[in-house]
Write a protein that binds this ligand. Structure first.
Ligand SMILES: Nc1nc2c(c(=O)[nH]1)N[C@H]1C(S)=C(S)[C@@H](COP(=O)(O)OP(=O)(O)OC[C@H]3O[C@@H](n4cnc5c(=O)[nH]c(N)nc54)[C@H](O)[C@@H]3O)O[C@H]1N2
Ligand SMILES: Nc1nc2c(c(=O)[nH]1)N[C@H]1C(S)=C(S)[C@@H](COP(=O)(O)OP(=O)(O)OC[C@H]3O[C@@H](n4cnc5c(=O)[nH]c(N)nc54)[C@H](O)[C@@H]3O)O[C@H]1N2
Ligand SMILES: [Mo]
Length: 805
């Protein structure tokens, strides 16, 4: 269910369903708030957090608001507004913090918003391309010209190629809110025949697609409060210290204080490792399954597995528990003991593959299996790999054989978010109308679909059709930087976009002239979140919403996407149907009030409660105490798992029948293409990974001068690898492979293991005259290859060489 979205995962509401507004069973709990001195009156409704519009001296208004970026959390930021100008950003005061509303205080990014919004380089006027596409030269035009051009190209391209030639580029810049230009664009497309939709979340689509093969659903996450008494947590490629993930850090810090042991498995000594971990286990990227296999080998051969749990709830553990129609020696035990291939998956086998010492593997396996309960939690870095489906599912097998599924304090691994109604989907969904174009492409297919429709087939991601009838001829990228920067293999994407005979019309809206915006034919300056209305919601089990209030007037000729879309709709003759006479603010009011009435169970407030009472920050139904699969484990007869067998499937007959080496029926180690065992290492001996760093959300805020000071864009390299190449700390180096080259300073550090180098994701692509990137943008090197089953993105799997300039 979770993996089958009808709308584009990423663009409709952001990577769907991972940051849920969660429905709890308990009634609203009273909020033991601490009134701060500046709050005039106490709220009568206990679910209302008293944070609002605090007036202080000098006519300063302090507005509690939030951004609508896709940044991992949703913080309560306070805009200090004086005479129409934001003079300062602060955050929720310590005095307001409590268990019910633990944190979401602004991080370094939130505190720097003023420099993002008031940056002199912000786009000011609509502009039309002059010169060749991609050169980045534009001239100012009027909004009248801009909207007429869109309407005429819209009509021309639709008449000539049909609605399936129209595409909305991936854009997460405002998916932290319920309302976005990209969604209203979808509405306008649907009113005029439809468009080519995409599916698959580039954030977590591989794990979302594969987790159901074990559990029948991807909703394998519990609420974090249930980990309170967990003695051991293994964070596997998970870095919430930087990636936030809703309230995760609040709970982890509390657990740490109470004595929980944390182990981090990551090629990098991440900020989470440095701030939280008792032990860091570096591992070569793409080899996680080998470590998992060897752990399972140790656990089973030392009889540390939970046999009773396995007997009762699972399929495929040993030869006695196999489904019909499967050859001999395909079970987990048979695989681990080498019954078929003659290779026992011992720690000594895994050590040279993973570079994790055999002794460490044994210790980790014993500790995980003998600590009850224990939580193995995966981030999404390891699943944004070519083997991402395997590594995500591999951990579900470990959780299963140790009996950590469906028990309080354990963790089922895999996708790791809970199933809950998503407030933003609830609110925004109905306004989109139905798309008449039924074919859908995987997001990984979009460049192919621009290049040559025949390249996209059901075997590489096309859904609901045998072939595409047309190439993509018109692209709108509203609040995204995915046309080049964030997409893998930028140089290829750029080459396709440069050909004006392929895509004929490209519209971009942004706040900045980003590397993707350079490819626009028409570049539109949008308002920022401080200049328009929205409602923001958090990731994961954060049970609150924040009104994102318009606190300042837009300057220059900046307009919201919705605003100019209304003009376009008028010009297309569907103005009335499109807007239903509503302004942006009225839409938000309408949508939230509608959800309030239609979904009383979600506790969604009315707009008035948010605004007129001037409290802005509202908890709806609190969500705690949820343990994934608890019902199934308590009574498997009444609540079978939603898999074909009704059990937890260690062995998946569905995957067996696919007969694909890269997505085996048991999720075990298979050497990855461009992994450490690939012969390509002879030319490109280093694996490169990226990570999501603290100073920006993807590429958003790249240009913010304060945030550029927080963390430099540099290549992490181990002293051993640097020495071999005669590289000195801070030196500018070349990082290259067959796809591209980037130049960037190095940071020589033991925080990255030998054989691996790392770049923070999201740096702007800055090609020089020779096409060599000068900005340290990893995506000039990354591969657009897609995963075996989900046809998903694999931004993290690539080989490079690093050399002195
Ligand atoms: N500060 C900040 N926070 C963000 C974002 C941001 O840009 N900046 N982006 C947000 C978004 S859109 C998303 S989708 C989430 C993403 O959240 P994640 O996908 O979880 O974040 P990543 O940093 O990509 O990966 C997490 C960790 O995986 C490690 N890793 C990489 N490859 C491997 C591997 O093969 N094996 C193992 N064991 N570990 C590996 C990385 O070193 C990293 O520390 O974060 C969100 N939060
Ligand atoms: N190498 C590598 N690449 C990756 C990843 C990785 O881990 N490694 N992660 C992938 C993931 S998980 C994701 S989600 C994608 C994200 O890729 P994108 O969705 O492209 O996200 P951003 O790079 O943040 O681009 C958002 C753009 O919106 C603009 N923006 C912000 N606010 C507004 C607004 O109010 N209006 C308008 N019009 N524009 C606005 C910002 O300036 C920015 O240019 O990147 C993917 N790319
Ligand atoms: Mo993401």
């Amino acid at each position: 269910m979770e993996s089958k979205h009808n709308q584009s995962d990423e663009q409709l509401i952001g990577p769907l369903s991972r940051r849920r507004f969660i429905q709890g069973s308990s009634a609203l709990m009273a909020v033991p708030f601490l009134a701060s001195k500046s709050v005039a009156s106490l709220p009568t409704d206990p679910s209302v957090i008293p944070t609002k519009n605090i007036s202080t001296q000098d006519n300063e208004r302090v507005v509690s608001t939030c951004s609508s970026f896709d940044c991992g959390g949703k913080c309560d930021i306070r805009a200090h507004v004086k005479e129409g100008v934001v003079t300062r950003i602060s955050t929720r005061p310590d005095a307001d913090l409590d268990e019910e509303m633990p944190i979401m205080r602004a991080c370094v990014r939130g505190r720097s918003y003023r420099k993002f919004v008031y940056h002199p380089n912000r786009l000011k006027y609509p502009m039309k391309r002059v010169g060749k596409r991609g050169e980045g030269r534009f001239e100012r035009i009027s909004w009248q010209e801009a909207t007429s051009l869109i309407a005429s190209e819209w009509q021309r391209i639709t008449d000539q190629y049909g609605p399936a030639s129209r595409f909305v580029s991936l854009s997460t810049g405002v998916t932290g809110g319920i309302f976005s230009g990209a969604n209203m664009l979808r509405r306008l497309f649907n009113l005029t025949g439809g468009f080519l939709e995409n599916y698959h979340s580039v954030s977590n689509g591989n794990t979302m697609a594969v987790t159901p093969y074990t559990y029948g659903t991807s909703a394998s996450g519990s609420t974090l409060d249930t980990l309170e008494d967990t003695p051991l947590v293994i964070l596997w490629g998970h870095n919430p210290n930087e990636t936030i993930f809703g309230h995760t850090n609040h709970y982890f810090q509390k657990m740490k204080k109470n004595g929980t042991k944390f182990i981090v498995v990551d090629p990098r000594y991440s900020d989470t490792a440095s701030s939280l971990a008792d032990q860091w286990i570096p591992i070569l990227p793409t080899t996680d399954n080998a470590l998992m296999d060897a752990m399972m080998y140790v656990i089973i051969s030392e009889n540390l597995h939970d046999q009773a749990f396995i007997d009762k709830y699972t399929l495929g553990f040993d030869e006695h528990q196999m489904p019909e129609g499967v050859a001999e020696n395909e079970s987990l035990v048979a695989y681990l003991m080498g019954k078929k291939d003659g290779i026992a998956k011992t720690p000594e086998w895994a050590e040279p593959i993973t570079k994790v010492p055999a002794e460490t593997i044994k210790q980790l396996a014993r500790e995980y299996a003998s600590t009850k309960p224990a939580a193995l939690m995966q981030g999404w870095g390891p699943q944004r790999h070519i083997c991402g489906e395997r590594s995500a599912r591999g951990a579900t097998l470990l959780a299963t054989i140790t009996g950590n599924v469906g028990v309080r304090g354990g963790w089922a691994a895999g996708y790791g978010m809970a199933v809950t109604p998503d407030l933003r989907k609830t609110i925004a969904g109905p306004s989109l109308f139905e798309n008449q174009v039924k074919a859908k492409i995987n997001i990984t297919n979009w460049v192919q679909a621009c290049e040559n429709a025949a390249l996209v087939t059901p075997d590489n991601g096309l859904k609901n059709a045998e072939k595409l009838d047309t190439e993509i001829k018109m692209i709108f990228s509203l609040a995204g930087n995915y046309m080049t920067n964030q997409n893998p293999d930028i140089l290829h994407a750029a080459q396709v976009l440069e050909d004006e005979n392929k895509v004929e019309f490209i519209v971009c809206s942004d706040l900045y002239l980003t590397p993707s915006a350079k490819y626009a034919d028409l570049l539109l300056p949008e308002t920022s979140f401080l200049e328009r209305w929205n409602i923001g919601g958090t990731w994961g089990p954060g049970d609150y919403i924040i009104l994102s209030e318009k606190v300042i007037e837009p300057e220059f000729e900046r307009r919201s996407d919705y605003d100019w879309l209304c003009d376009v709709a008028d010009k297309l003759g569907v103005g009335e149907q499109f807007s239903e006479g509503r302004t942006e603010k009225q839409w938000i009011e309408y949508l939230v009030n509608d959800a309030h009435v239609k979904r009383p169970e979600d506790g969604i407030p009315t707009f008035d409660e948010l605004l007129v009472k001037r409290r802005h920050l509202l908890k709806h139904k609190p969500h705690t105490g949820h343990v994934a699969f608890e019902k199934n484990i308590q009574d498997i007869e009444a609540h079978p798992f939603e898999t074909p067998s009704g059990k937890i499937e260690i062995f998946s007959k569905r995957l067996y029948d696919r007969n694909n080496r890269d997505i085996p029926a048991l999720s075990h180690y298979v050497p990855a293409i461009e992994g450490p065992e690939d012969s390509l290492t002879l030319r490109y001996p280093l694996q490169l990974i990226t990570w999501k760093g603290r100073n920006r959300a993807n590429s958003t805020q790249f240009a913010n001068p304060w945030l550029q000071e927080v963390q430099r864009q540099e290549l992490w390299i181990n002293p051993i690898d640097a020495k071999q190449r005669g590289i000195a700390d801070g030196e500018r180096v070349t990082v290259s492979n067959d796809r591209g080259t980037t130049m960037v300073p190095v940071k020589i550090t033991q925080r990255i293991m030998p054989g691996v180098v790392a770049l923070q994701a999201g740096a702007w692509w800055m090609p020089d005259e020779k096409g060599i990137d000068q900005g340290g943008c990893a995506n000039v090197l990354t591969s657009a290859r897609s995963t075996a089953m989900a046809y998903g993105n694999a931004h993290q799997t690539l080989l490079v060489e690093v050399s002195k300039v």
